[in-house]
Design a protein around this ligand. Sequence first.
Ligand SMILES: Nc1nc2c(ncn2[C@@H]2O[C@H](COP(=O)(O)OP(=O)(O)OP(=O)(O)O)[C@@H](O)[C@H]2O)c(=O)[nH]1
Ligand SMILES: [Mg+2]
Length: 457
Amino acid sequence: MPFTTDTICAPATPPMPSSIAVIRMSGPHSLSIISECFEKPSAISHRKAVHGKLLSEAAEIDDVVLIAYLAPESYTGEDMVEIFSHGNPIIIKKIIDRLISKGARFAEPGEFTRRAFLNGKLDLTAAEAIDRIVKARGEWEISAALSQMHGSLREKIQNLRESLILMKADVESQIDFSEEDIEFLSNNAAISRTQEIHEALSEILNRCRIGEKISQGIDIPIVGRPNVGKSSILNLILNAERAIVSEIPGTTRDLIRETVQFAGYHVNVFDTAGIGIPGCEIERIGIDLSRKKIDEAYILILVIDATEELAETDKEIVTISNDKACIVLGNKIDLVPETERNERIALLEKELSVPILPFSAKTGEGLTLLEQKIGELLIAQFPEQNNFFFADQKIINIISDAAETALSVQKLFSRAEPPEIIAFELQNLIDMLQEITGEIATDDVLNSIFSRFCIGK
Ligand SMILES: Nc1nc2c(ncn2[C@@H]2O[C@H](COP(=O)(O)OP(=O)(O)OP(=O)(O)O)[C@@H](O)[C@H]2O)c(=O)[nH]1
Ligand SMILES: [Mg+2]
């Protein structure tokens, strides 16, 4: 085992009153430490839940259930103990203090999973997935992270690595037997195989980038002229009085961000400043922010006032949103008499050349359809819901370098460079793939990954 003679402990549940808290301990002294703190040390055995008093000298700290796991059959691969106590932060602290007084030390963030990785219990792609399962804010994110934990990304990388190892063996045999008449992988076959590898790595990179976007949340700004009802719509979506609503145009000046779930995705909805002629410097800054938000977004909710004539600004916003997935709401439809609605919406649709959803932030009319349409757009933008990956930025950089290196190997083949040179570059590429799964691990990458983890994970 490459690691540790020390024993670590930490709460695995948050420091707030709850029915049960879990405290974990891992390392070679876990069993001797717990034996000194538990009233019935002889009852402790591998993977068996035991119930009894946790003691500080003679006094009872709490009535607990604990499970011991003997190495290597534990999460970390070391001897481990999990203590289930009552979820009172005072009790949790006393238990931790007690374990520390007997020789354990408080764990760093992610240190349990780091030990699991170092002991070969999981690879780096699975470790990353575990962090995402804990922190995911959308259902698709959880399901993608679960399949990554079960090996979806690792298998892809390992298949590529195996194919590269075969290729390298083939190239190396040309070094040794160059005088003899042996059938080698033809140059053309090697060129097309490296192309496939480049494409596979680019695809993985793309899926990691989508994973990143999805875990940060997909931005959907609500945009339009001043006073058309953007803030009222945000409040309606959230079912809360989040943004100030007033009949004075130019009320909202800042971006207001709130997170909601649509169709299983975690979405950041933004209320923005109305786009128009700014009345003051602050409004101007707000309008600049709105325009920037329109630029960056893939999906937009565009609001027009269905009771008013179209303004040039409405047309301009529709034009600049042309290449985006856009839902246009004809808001304040409650103010249009029932008999005139169809005609009104048809006229606006004709002038703007886009479909318009009749909407009322006041009565809630159109909300169900809006939510349904946002769901459809999200699914259209991210069609393979759980087919994306999660990776640390440093790992994403390695994948990107690997995709480039596959291309440079291809060039070496097409220039028919000496096999020694090609084999060297192939080995570089193989090493990069090993860094992704962690077979080759640097402290730099490990720190970057595990420092993002929670304490106790
Ligand atoms: N009748 C009716 N009034 C609405 C509706 N939506 C908004 N309003 C009213 O329109 C006015 C402006 O609403 P806001 O939500 O503040 O509009 P906004 O687009 O955020 O305005 P700015 O922040 O100034 O750009 C307020 O008086 C709202 O009560 C609606 O659907 N029906
Ligand atoms: Mg507003």
